[in-house]
Design a protein around this ligand. Structure first.
Ligand SMILES: [Zn+2]
Length: 155
């Protein structure tokens, strides 16, 4: 059984999980979702569990993305993996900061410009024109893996 520090009790306590259905604010949007909350088994006060909070954010942010017609984390990952690129390689190719794709795949919400660019990269023809322009910014490993995957791809 996982234990977490409860500020109410002032000690490590066993925790319990509860489902909470509600409407939550995500940026400018109200999102309805069922999230998990963590409580101290002893005093029933809510306690902070980083893993659970990350899952809750992932649920809310993906619902936000669906609502606003933005790529979900999985869709971003699928486009990247189609070309066998690393997260930092895919980011560098599009001129994003090195950690940007990692953040999107972990749930962060992308702006519309980034979203459109990633969508365009899904089409091989678009990818190839960016590839020719930018592949010299990537490391050798990324270049080799991606060129292999491009050569095996059916147009
Ligand atoms: Zn407690």
């Amino acid at each position: 059984m996982k234990r977490i520090f409860c500020t109410q009790c002032g000690s490590q306590q066993e925790i319990m999980y509860e489902k909470e259905h509600g409407v939550f604010d995500v940026l400018d949007t109200k999102i309805e979702a069922e999230l998990t909350i963590t409580r101290c088994r002893q005093c029933h006060e809510e306690v902070w569990d980083e893993t659970i909070e990350r899952c809750n954010d992932m649920i809310l942010f993906n619902k936000y993305k669906e609502r606003h017609d933005l790529l979900t984390s999985d869709q971003v990952r699928n486009i990247r993996e189609k070309y066998a690129l690393s997260q930092s390689g895919f980011a560098t190719l599009m001129g994003f900061g090195a950690k940007t794709i990692t953040r999107y795949e972990n749930g962060s919400i992308q702006d519309v410009a980034h979203d459109l660019l990633m969508r365009m990269m899904d089409k091989k023809m678009n990818f190839l024109s960016v590839w020719k322009q930018r592949k010299n910014h990537l490391n050798e490993k990324d270049v080799k893996k991606t060129e292999l995957s491009l050569s095996q791809m059916i147009d």
